[in-house]
Write a protein that binds this ligand. Structure first.
Ligand code: NIG
Ligand code: FE
Length: 405
């Protein structure tokens, strides 16, 4: 019993027990497991939750624990999970934004040599120490917004050497951060200039040489592809995915951001853990999501920042899809690390309810990373990872307009 710690008098605590039972589908208020005047018992040795519930139901054995702290006046929700970022990059993209404000589209700017390739050049030139320093600053900012688990994609190097360098930076960050970091290999983010007009050859190179090499290092958990007009086709993604699966990587996909090409159907069929963006998803694919375990990751900040339509969150949730929210933090389409603000946008612009938004940045975001057994809920057996709000209700999270205290 030595290692047990009791947290008592927590004014309000969300366990998300019902959300866990429903695997994140159609979450309603009662699924949040909202407990007033709650207690939590934690094993300090392994940092796992031992018991959580109403103070009046606290079992006799835990009542006299010596290590105890009060959570009076606090709201406890699971630490937030950020399941889609492009956090390793050099340079800036202020000018892309200025051009968009003059009427140019994301695709037009990219076709003229801007977009992802601007960041690729700056990233290739950046010394690893600088990438590490900038990324560490970004992580500190994410932490301020209540985030404890975060996914990071490569995709701004686009040579084997620079993609590996990005994965090594993520590993170095993991070693020094209190956060759980999840690395994703995204070489098919854009065709690098060396392969201009030869995207099929680039895909072959990734399959023949890069994936085996990256798999050998063990530095990546997921493999992602940007399926979009002017980037990669569903056929190219199919080839890449089969190869990534062969090398033991799990799948993620950027799909239906600006156009609907058929990537989503492929991702669901191949059991991707998440398919992200979905701003232009077809009705048929919305139905397919309802019957799959693949998480639909919606990125309202990218829509806001590029001035493009929001994804159909209501239709997806009503169809039974598991819906997560994320910033998509990257220099081109969403330079914000403010995940709570994304919940505000999702509620007001995409008509999500507060319980849906809370589930979307906790349990469902954890499911998008295959981590829902560890984080995203506050029930016995899960990690003691809490986001503490100095307010009177969890409803403050989307309400606070990103100004989380
Ligand atoms: O998720 N869509 C592709 N990738 C990023 C944008 C990357 C960039 O423009 O630098 C996104 O929006
Ligand atoms: Fe993205």
């Amino acid at each position: 019993m030595e290692a047990l710690v009791l947290y008592e008098e927590i004014s309000q605590l969300l366990t998300l027990e019902g959300v866990v039972q429903k695997k994140g589908r159609r979450p309603v208020q009662s699924d949040l497991g909202c407990v007033e005047n709650a207690c939590m018992v934690v094993n300090a040795d392994d940092n796992l939750i031992v018991w959580t519930g109403k103070g009046t139901d606290l079992p006799e054995t835990y009542k006299n624990l010596a290590h105890r702290f009060s959570g009076k006046g606090q709201v406890w929700i699971p630490e937030l999970v950020e399941c889609h970022t492009h956090l390793i990059y050099g340079g800036t993209r202020h000018h892309d934004f200025a051009l968009r404000c003059e009427g140019q589209t994301y695709q037009q700017i990219a076709a003229a040599g801007g977009g992802i390739l601007t960041t690729m050049n700056a990233t290739r030139e950046a010394p690893p120490e600088l990438l590490l320093e900038q990324a560490a600053k970004d992580l500190a900012r994410f932490q301020k917004f209540g985030i404890g688990t975060l996914e990071i994609k490569t995709g701004y190097g686009l040579t084997l050497e620079s993609e590996l360098r990005a994965l090594e930076v993520i590993r170095a960050l993991s070693d020094q951060a209190a956060m759980i970091l999840v690395p994703t290999f995204l070489p098919a983010h854009a065709t690098p200039p060396e392969y201009k007009g030869r995207t099929d050859s680039y895909v072959d190179l990734i399959c023949a040489e890069w994936l085996p090499e990256v798999a050998k290092t063990g530095l990546a958990k997921f493999f992602d592809v940007f399926v979009e007009d002017g980037y990669f086709s569903p056929q190219q993604a199919h080839k890449l995915f089969l190869c990534a699966l062969d090398h033991g990587l799990k799948l993620k996909l950027h799909s239906d951001q600006f156009t609907s090409l058929g990537g989503t159907k492929l991702g669901i069929e191949l059991g991707a853990f998440s398919i992200d963006h979905l701003d232009h998803i077809s009705k048929e694919d919305i139905r397919a999501f309802g019957e799959s375990n693949t998480v639909a990751v919606l990125l309202p900040g990218a829509s806001l920042f590029t001035g493009t339509p929001y994804p159909p969150a209501r239709a997806l949730i009503d169809a039974g899809a598991r819906v997560a929210l994320s910033t998509d933090y990257n220099p081109g389409t969403c330079p914000s690390r403010n995940l709570p603000l994304m919940t505000t946008i999702a509620c007001t612009q995409m008509k999500m309810t507060v319980p849906e938004a809370i589930a979307a940045v906790t349990y469902n975001a954890a499911a998008a990373l295959d981590l829902e057994d560890r984080v995203g809920s506050l029930i016995a057996g899960k990690e003691f990872r809490v986001c503490t709000l100095d307010t009177d209700s969890y409803e403050a999270l989307p309400y606070c307009f990103g100004e989380l205290e």
